[in-house]
Design a protein around this ligand. Structure first.
Ligand SMILES: [Zn+2]
Ligand SMILES: [Zn+2]
Length: 224
């Protein structure tokens, strides 16, 4: 009973979870063989995701659907579901619900400068569903150890998700937003690397108050 309530059912894909899908995924895996290990990498994803979306676009009509496929409505949720399946051992599961339990973790993606992506920034990142995103999450898949890139809304609205994952997405997004806000009004302390020096403090102040106190006390003990 407890276990059953851990998952929220929000499956929006129209594709039937059957052998036709598996054969399609086999072909897709072969076609993008060299890219599969890098699907969680931003730079790689920028190049290869559009090619993968094109590949899906050409073949999605040949799959079995539970309701008639409408590209305006179903393209993104179907892309998302296909990416999750592609990065999982799809034949091991009996349906989408079971497959979705393979999503075990989410982490937020930092760029090289450890900067959280800025809302409205110039990152031009897209989710594996093809939606453009601000917060770049990595989805971790349990059975293959593979990673994907997705936006927070897509993780919360597609397939079915573990409640722990939902909670983590919300918490990570909150701290990312907080940091982005802080960076607009503060600069980083050279000692503790926290963003706690107000921008209107004189430019020569490189330490926050608590680091300055620590520094001061070491200076004093040097003299004695
Ligand atoms: Zn998405
Ligand atoms: Zn400090």
């Amino acid at each position: 009973m407890e276990e059953a309530r851990k998952y929220l059912i929000v499956n929006k894909t129209t594709i039937k979870y059957d052998n036709k899908l598996f054969t399609f995924l086999d072909g897709m895996k072969k076609k993008f063989m060299c890219d599969l290990d890098f699907l969680g990498n931003q730079e790689h994803a920028k190049i290869v995701y559009p090619l993968m979306h094109e590949y899906i676009k050409g073949k999605v009509y040949g799959l079995n659907h539970v309701i008639s496929y409408n590209p305006h409505k179903h393209r993104k949720p179907n892309n998302y579901a296909i990416f999750i399946a592609l990065c999982s051992e799809y034949r091991k599961y009996k349906d989408w619900e079971e497959l979705a339990e393979n999503i075990i973790n989410v982490t937020i993606h930092f760029d090289e400068n450890e900067e959280v992506l800025d809302p409205g920034g110039q990152t031009a990142m897209t989710c594996c569903c093809s939606h453009s995103i601000v917060y770049c999450f990595n989805i971790h898949l349990k059975d293959t150890g593979m990673k994907l890139i997705a936006g927070d809304t897509c993780i919360l609205k597609n397939l079915l998700v573990n409640e722990d994952v939902v909670a983590k997405v919300k918490q990570l997004k909150k701290s990312a937003q907080k940091l982005a806000r802080l960076k607009k009004t503060h600069r980083m302390c050279g000692d503790c690397q926290e963003w706690n020096i107000k921008l209107d403090e004189p430019y020569w102040k490189k330490r926050c108050i608590s680091c300055w106190r620590i520094w001061k006390s070491t200076q004093r003990s040097d003299i004695n």
